[in-house]
Design a protein around this ligand. Structure first.
Ligand code: IPD
Ligand code: CA
Ligand code: CA
Length: 260
């Protein structure tokens, strides 16, 4: 089996290559389709990225299985062996409507354990990557620096991000959470909002996340000793969709006291 170090370096090359292509296409014409509604879009770039990433992952890590958003992955019902989780374009609505603030995300679990996560902020040209065995790093064209665990701020001292629909619908008493925070921010890309928690720019992010929205972020959150749980405080399953809280441990304690 190929060593994890070799796999890691090849996956980083892959995600930078996909970034270059995607960034070059954002101002060009691409096809946009509605999936479940006019609020749920997919583009030819999402699909092309997923085919490309999945094909290359199978070359880099033969025998692996892939869970991915747009239907080009495998049917995965258990976490044995190497399982990759791929979001080929996160923040597709931003990609289409704003032409900025979107990400590419890849995560690797080995026998169910978080191994390596990758979140590429395409617009900022920044790759957040790493996991519990290596630590977390931020890579740019200028080089690489380690990302240390953020200050363990409580809710009053934190900016928080909450999924806009969950706030609008008044789910889980989340308006109270936002009111008790220092401020509320909403960006429309789970990946970028999670990198904001990893880097200490947000104290918490709360959203309904599918496996590919959460995987890369939960791997790096584990490496930085951040809280990653379901909104009821119980562990979140990698292969299920959940209402999820990613936060500093102190903000998480405050939030879990408030949510219903
Ligand atoms: C979506 C974005 C959005 C979040 C949704 C995700 P997509 O991912 O991350 O911010 O609120 O839950 O599905 O569909 O653009 O990959
Ligand atoms: Ca996506
Ligand atoms: Ca996504």
């Amino acid at each position: 089996m190929t060593e994890l170090k070799t796999i890691d370096s090849q996956v980083r090359d892959l995600i930078w290559a996909v970034r270059e292509k995607t960034a070059g296409e954002v101002h060009q014409t691409f096809e946009v389709d509605e999936k479940t509604s006019y609020k749920d879009l997919v583009t030819t770039v999402d699909k092309r990225n997923e085919r490309w990433i999945n094909r290359r992952l199978k070359e880099i890590d033969p025998g692996c299985r892939i869970v991915s958003e747009e239907g080009f992955g495998d049917q995965v019902n258990d976490m044995s062996g190497h399982v990759w989780v791929v979001d080929p374009l996160d923040g597709t609505m931003n990609f289409v409507m704003q032409r900025s603030r979107y990400a590419i995300m890849i995560g690797l679990f080995v026998d169910g354990q978080p191994s390596q996560g990758y979140i590429m902020d395409v617009t900022a040209k920044k790759l957040y990557h790493g996991g519990p065995n290596t630590g977390v790093f931020v890579q740019t064209s200028e080089g690489e620096r380690p990302l240390h665990a953020p200050a363990d701020k409580d809710l009053h001292d934190s900016l928080v991000s909450v999924n806009s629909m969950m706030i609008l619908h008044g789910d889980h008493n989340l308006r109270q959470v936002a009111l008790q925070a220092r401020g509320l921010r909403m960006y429309g890309s789970a990946g970028l909002e999670i990198t904001d928690v990893l880097a200490g720019r947000l104290g918490a992010y709360i959203s309904w996340l599918k496996p590919w929205d959460a995987a890369a972020g939960r791997i790096m959150a584990a490496a930085l000793n951040l809280t990653f749980v379901k909104i009821d405080g119980t562990p979140a399953d990698v292969l299920s969709s959940n209402s999820v809280l990613i936060a500093t441990n102190n903000a998480a304690k405050d939030i879990l006291r408030l949510v219903k």
